[in-house]
Design a protein around this ligand. Structure first.
Ligand SMILES: [Fe+2]
Length: 390
């Protein structure tokens, strides 16, 4: 029997090369006053985007611009909202990586309400957002966070009292996601690697989560198959549109699966580290993924503690290896080998490169959440995993 499940709403999705050209027609029923948020390099370096913005200008749209250089902070969002609040914006369009999409999602949610975005952040503020927002379109130019399909915007502040928290409401899922792999071909290899490993982590963690079901498992496995066959190709040859399309597809699926099934320990680490030190989210995921999954698998096999997780790791290992006739432990360990090999090939740097030090570990581990990880670890085990990634 197919077990009961529910699926949250997704954006209206337009996927494929040149889908960016649909933007003017999609915006005509919405209004003419547009706020375009980009990254520091995303639209100037991409003539497909420049061309479409040019068309919007010629067709009578009024374009206001803003930029986000790195993972957005509450102050970034407040600054943009306060600059633009009196401009009667009809729609917010984010064209960029996950940070740009998260920033646009938060700005679209904050334009109709008073106060600072801090007031509405999970675990930071106490106000409850009414869920009203401006029309929002997400146009990713990297393949990773899946933010184009999720209901939350991640904002972070680093430092002594730092945090990495979400602004979340089911109405914050973008109205439209335009996933055009042509927009990703300019993405440099190190960002392709880190963001691709973020997508891979999201797919695997949602697949292992106890909130997963038949539908999300199908999407997660499909996404991981696409990562397996095409992430390294996209990293080695950025202009390979075929490879880019498969990785963009995997990233989109990761947004849908994480929104519905949740995440695991790697993202628990990422939240704790991200509030303390500025390290790109995808680097944290890519670096920790091997260590966390190796330990998950080791413990599941040794303690015979979670048959469901072993079965799932084994099904994934079977799909990745295409080797017949092995036992579940062999297939599960194949997954750990594959992740470590891919991390190595993608040259994901050590976290110490970004300033993470041994003295920081205790504080980080004290705030780590296991989320929906299939295994629980002791403080010492968490310390060992993190130490291995410095
Ligand atoms: Fe992530």
């Amino acid at each position: 029997m197919v077990t009961a499940f529910s699926l949250l709403r997704t954006p209206k999705i337009f996927f494929g090369p040149d889908r960016i050209r649909l933007l003017p027609d999609l915006l005509k029923p919405v209004g003419t006053n547009l706020l375009i948020i980009t990254g520091s390099r995303s639209h100037l370096g991409n003539w497909h985007v420049v061309e479409v913005l040019d068309i919007l200008g010629k067709e009578g749209f009024t374009l206001c611009y803003d930029k986000i250089g790195s993972e957005p902070s509450p102050d970034d969002v407040d600054r943009i909202v306060n600059t633009i609040r009196n401009e009667n914006i009809d729609a917010v369009i984010s064209i960029g990586g996950g940070s740009v999409i998260d920033a646009g999602k938060a700005v679209s949610a904050m334009l109709p309400v008073e106060g600072s975005v801090r007031d509405y952040l999970e675990g930071v503020g106490t106000a409850s957002h009414p869920g009203i927002r401006k029309f929002f379109i997400a146009v990713p130019t990297t393949s990773g966070t899946g933010s184009e399909a999720t209901a939350n915007a991640v904002l972070s502040e680093t430092g002594e009292n730092g945090f990495k928290r979400s602004l979340r409401h089911e109405n914050f899922v973008p109205d439209i996601a335009i996933v055009d792999p042509r927009l990703v071909v300019n993405c440099p290899p190190h960002i392709t690697a880190a963001s691709g490993m973020d997508a891979f982590t999201q797919l695997l963690e949602s697949y292992l989560s106890d909130k997963s079901g038949k539908l999300t498992d199908t999407l997660s496995l499909e996404g991981m198959h696409n990562i397996h066959t095409h992430l390294y190709k996209a990293y080695k040859l950025g202009e390979d549109l075929e490879a880019r399309s498969h990785v963009s597809y995997a990233a989109l699926l990761s947004g849908i699966t994480l929104a519905n099934a949740g995440l695991g320990l790697v993202h628990g680490f990422a939240s704790a580290i991200g509030g303390m030190i500025s390290i790109p989210h995808g680097i944290i995921c890519g670096k920790l993924m091997g260590s966390v999954n190796r330990n998950n698998i080791r413990k599941i096999i040794q303690d015979k503690s979670n048959d469901r997780a072993l079965e799932k790791y084994a099904a994934l290992g079977n799909m990745l290896s295409s080797v017949p006739g092995k036992d579940p432990a062999w297939y599960a360990l194949y997954v750990a080998d594959f992740i470590e090999e891919l991390t190595e090939k993608l040259s994901i740097p050590h976290l110490g490169t970004y300033g993470l030090q041994l003295k920081d570990l205790e504080k980080i581990v004290a705030t780590v959440s296991h989320k929906s990880n299939p295994v629980q670890f002791s403080t010492d085990e968490l310390m060992d995993m993190l130490r291995a990634c410095i």
